[in-house]
Design a protein around this ligand. Structure first.
Ligand code: PHE
Length: 342
């Protein structure tokens, strides 16, 4: 067939097919069929090289014109299709701007997360760093390095959940940490003084649950070791913490208490007004004390050179106090009616 006719035919069939395209996909198929690398127009242009020079010149320019023309038409067809689609959206999904919107569920922080962050900020502002440690722990760190030897009655303070594991001597020596204090030993073992750290984390006890007891809860451990640290430094730091988290009006009280890894040991209470009550009461929120010389020795420090204080804050206690929550189990129930209050 003479090239002339071919050109004419190509123009009319391609245009007709373009008219019939009703989607982007079809337009793309059309483009490939006619203008693509293996398309008809491209094929034709390629064939021109076999023609006489004069013919080549004439038909060459015509074929190129056709190519340009079809490209323009494609752009137009694309534009038209888009306009139609936009119109259809307006018709089908008309937006009623007067309708009230749907409520969006906004996520929030768990009350324990909020309290933990507040406590962290209070101590960070006093120069402490925040570190974390393992929840599955060795007897060595949870007890022995903390001056709580095997079979010593002081172990009874912590009802322990043991991991079903025995070492090569057949001893059960792996447990779920009963407090965050093992991190005291881990940190001192790794670092040289001066040390100022807090360790927020989860702890576990083999305990029946009721309104004030859970078998898992959270603590924030604190440790400061340096030359010349005194009991007064500890009181000052903890008092400042109470002031920052509970306000300047709050009173604190220290009483003697026993923990094998501190000497002297204390517990700290804070005066608080229970929801609905008229008189203040004391609520114990942490154990604390001066790091026991045996603990310092155990991690290779010289107790003649260094002293320090440590404390362990019960997070749930503080959240209950601050938010007026009367049942510790609520923290772990994932009941949205409870969680939405914060
Ligand atoms: N680890 C102790 C407990 O869980 C609390 C504590 C920490 C006491 C640090 C003194 C110093 O009961």
């Amino acid at each position: 067939m003479p090239v002339e006719n071919t050109l004419e035919q190509l123009r009319s069939t391609s245009l007709q097919e373009l008219e019939e395209c009703t989607s982007k996909l079809e337009l793309e198929e059309w483009r490939v069929k006619y203008l693509g690398r293996k398309g008809h127009v491209t094929g034709l242009l390629r064939k021109l090289k076999n023609l006489e020079p004069l013919e080549k010149k004439i038909f060459g320019s015509q074929a190129n014109q056709l190519k340009g023309f079809l490209e323009e038409r494609l752009v137009l067809a694309e534009g038209k299709l888009m306009a139609e689609e936009t119109l259809a959206i307006g018709e089908n999904d008309r937006i009623d701007v007067t309708r009230p919107g749907r409520l969006i569920n906004v996520g929030g922080y768990h009350p324990l997360t909020k309290i933990r962050r507040e406590i962290e900020e209070a101590f960070i502002s006093m120069g402490f760093q925040v570190v974390e440690g393992p929840e599955i722990e060795w007897d060595h760190y949870n007890f022995e390095l903390l001056n709580i030897p095997k079979n010593h009655p002081s172990r009874d303070i912590w009802d322990t959940l043991w991991v079903d594991y025995r070492n090569e001597r057949g001893e059960r020596n792996m447990l779920l940490r009963t407090h965050t204090s093992p991190m005291q030993a881990r940190i001192m073992e790794q670092e040289e003084p001066p040390i100022r750290v807090i360790v927020p984390g989860k702890v576990y006890r083999y305990e029946a649950t009721d309104r004030t007891h859970e078998w898992h809860f959270h603590q924030v451990e604190g440790l400061a070791v340096d030359k010349g640290i005194t009991f007064a430094d500890m009181k000052g730091t903890l008092y400042e913490f109470a002031r920052k988290v509970f306000g300047s009006e709050r009173k604190v009280r220290f009483r003697c208490d026993y923990f094998p890894f501190v000497e002297p040991g204390v517990d700290m209470s804070i005066d608080y007004l229970a929801p609905g009550a008229t008189t203040h009461d004391w609520l114990e929120i942490m154990g604390a004390g001066m790091v026991h010389p045996k603990v310092l020795e155990g991690v290779g420090y010289d107790p003649e050179e260094y002293t320090g204080f440590a404390f362990g804050i019960g997070l749930e206690r503080i959240a209950m106090l601050k938010y007026g929550i009367d049942d510790i189990r609520l923290f772990f129930d994932n009941d949205l009616r409870f969680l939405r209050q914060f």
